[in-house]
Design a protein around this ligand. Structure first.
Ligand code: NAD
Length: 375
């Protein structure tokens, strides 16, 4: 029996991505899989059903997953879909168990092996499977464009018959994958750029992209290459240095995140009130509550003459390329266990072991287990 992979059509509001693109479907078929997709799954990213060759389509998601060995999607599926999956099947999607406690319990109880894309370990061998990074790269790029289009100014220097226009100044706060891409994009658009982060190794990365680094002297390196939470004293020290950069910027892009915690507040109400008239903040951390105290997730707010944009699900706004990269990330993960036309999970493989959220009736990820079961 060939391995049956089912691809769901996304149902959450504003989710345009799809977990399968034609090149990936072709590669999976070569590996011995049979691909079944929900009708119209790729419509939102201009991938009509006819764009997929040798793929079967079905309108009903429950029917689709009932005998599937592997189910793939971008967002976690509804409980009813998980309920319709066969015991022991594999689900691959983003989950974020701390926000999806009931669904995680259901995945556990239905004995689904769930690989949660946000759990892919950040080791070199897993880079090609790292959807957090692929999606953050696109979001960082788009943040610079959103900034440019929300400003009533241009980013580059421009010499005209009536005089020269000075280049705008863009400050990027939080220099992870998205922040570095935002810095690179803003500079390509002609802006002067400054970068700020609490991890000191980002200084060199920002400078290599032609940006100045705002050095506050606070080192907040935490576990696994991520930032840790700061003390009040550290926050005060940073505010003193950072305020003058905030107040001289035309565009600020914020991307700071601490895994599993609300976004840290990097820009206070008082700092916004001291910003230049006409300046814009693009808060890529809006999903986690935002890096600016005035951010309203999913909204554009105006405080005096300052515009604060809190976009949600930015990768979905670039759905075509976001789907392509996401599907390729998933393919590289599936390739680890789809061998000789059958599924074989090697639990000694760090990627398999760490990406598994649930397996054989257990929540395997410690942080998720604590969040969901309280133990
Ligand atoms: P993230 O989305 O978790 O956070 C974005 C940035 O915000 C980080 O640079 C973080 O240091 C910064 N930040 C957090 N709190 C802050 C604060 N109070 N003030 C200022 N900045 C703050 O980051 P990410 O893009 O997921 O990357 C996190 C780390 O993982 C980086 O070191 C990155 O290089 C690393 N990484 C490694 C791999 C790999 O090796 N495969 C892949 C991707 C990312």
């Amino acid at each position: 029996m060939p391995v049956k992979i089912a691809v769901l059509r996304e149902t959450r509001p504003d989710e345009r991505r799809v977990a399968m693109v034609p090149v990936v479907a072709d590669k999976l078929i070569k590996l011995g899989a049979e691909i079944h997709m929900q009708t119209g799954a790729g419509d939102a990213v201009k991938l009509p059903d006819q764009a997929f060759r040798n793929v079967a389509f079905a309108a009903d998601a429950h029917e689709l997953v009932r005998d599937a060995d592997v189910v793939v999607s971008v967002q976690p599926p509804d409980a009813a879909i998980v309920g319709a999956m066969k015991e022991g099947a594999i689900l691959i999607s983003f989950v974020y168990a701390h926000k999806e406690a009931e669904l995680t319990k259901l995945l556990r109880d239905r004995k689904i092996t769930c690989f949660a894309m946000e759990l892919v370990p950040r080791i070199s061998r897993a880079q090609a499977m790292d959807a957090l990074s692929s999606q953050a790269t696109l979001a960082g790029y788009y943040a610079a464009l959103l900034g440019a289009t929300n400003l009533a100014r241009i980013l580059p220097m421009m010499t005209t018959a009536v005089g020269s226009i000075r280049p705008a100044k863009t400050l990027v706060m939080g220099l992870g994958v998205a922040g570095l891409q935002a810095l690179a994009t803003a500079r390509r658009l002609g802006s002067m750029t400054e970068g700020y982060d609490v991890r000191p190794e980002t200084k060199e990365q920002a400078e290599s992209l032609g940006a100045k680094f705002v050095d506050t002297g606070v080192d907040a390196r935490g576990a696994g290459g991520y930032a840790r939470e700061l003390t009040q004293e550290e926050k005060d020290k940073i505010a003193t240095v950072v305020t003058k950069h905030i107040q001289s910027a035309d565009l600020i892009i914020t991307t700071a995140a601490i895994p599993g915690r609300p976004s840290p507040k990097l820009i206070s109400k008082a700092q916004v009130e001291g910003m230049k008239a006409g300046s814009v903040i693009i808060d890529l951390a809006a999903e986690g509550g935002g890096n600016c105290e005035y951010t309203q997730p999913g909204e554009i707010v105006r405080i005096g003459q300052v515009t604060i944009v809190g976009p949600l699900n930015v990768p979905s706004m670039l759905g075509e390329h976001a789907s392509e990269l996401y599907a390729k990330n998933q393919f590289n993960l599936i390739e680890l266990f789809l061998k000789d036309k059958s599924i074989s999970l090697d639990w000694n493989d760090e990627i398999i072991a760490k990406t598994a959220l649930t397996h054989a009736g257990e929540i395997r990820n410690e942080a998720a287990k604590k969040a969901v079961e309280g133990v």
